[in-house]
Design a binder for this molecule. Structure first.
Ligand code: ADP
Length: 167
């Protein structure tokens, strides 16, 4: 029986920390679906389409990893794609409390769902999408933290903002 895992997140944008988790999950499971959440309540910086397109390009070389978008409840989406495993990354104790709470809620909603935590690699424990967005907003160098395709997307945004006189 093939085991498919879902790795959900906002990925606004995907960082090398996320890539690391996706790569490690791809070695543990037969198939991994990186599920990009619409996350409308978070008002993401990049559109859902941009986040999906970037993640697709970034993870292209991982053969058993695909990228999809989803809205609504994660457990419903997981059932739809035939997965009972949710992968999440853990950076620090600060992630732990929230992540365990969400895992509990998801198990309550669907008792067959298991959440598997992958500990962040030491060098990425400080890294988050919001830190990357903040550095990029100040025109800092984020090349160590994200794939070049993300840098292109930030540049496009900056140019558009300049054009519209909002920069
Ligand atoms: P969400 O809005 O669902 O928290 P994120 O895109 O911020 O989505 O994160 C998706 C998942 O990736 C979460 O489980 C988060 O803890 C994990 N994650 C984020 N950054 C890193 C990192 N640097 N290393 C490992 N895991 C990470």
């Amino acid at each position: 029986m093939r085991v498919t895992a879902v790795y959900p997140g906002t990925f606004d944008p995907m960082t090398v920390g996320h890539i690391d988790v996706a790569r490690r999950a791809s070695r543990m499971f037969d198939d991994v679906i990186v599920a990009v959440a619409a996350s409308t309540s978070k008002s993401p910086f990049f559109s859902l389409e941009e986040r999906v397109d970037m993640a697709t390009t970034i993870l292209e070389e991982l053969e058993n990893v695909t990228v999809q978008s989803f809205g609504g409840l994660l457990v419903d989406y997981a059932a739809e794609v035939g997965s009972k495993v949710i992968v999440r990354g853990l950076r620090a104790i600060s992630d732990f409390e929230y992540e365990v709470q969400i895992a509990g809620v998801n198990r309550h909603l669907d008792p067959e769902i298991e959440t598997v935590f992958i500990a962040a690699s030491q060098e990425y424990t400080f890294l988050s999408s919001s830190i990357v967005r903040e550095i990029a907003r100040m025109h800092g160098d984020v090349s160590e933290f994200v794939h070049p395709v993300v840098i292109e997307s930030f540049s496009r945004r900056h140019h558009r903002a300049l054009h519209e006189g909002n920069a």
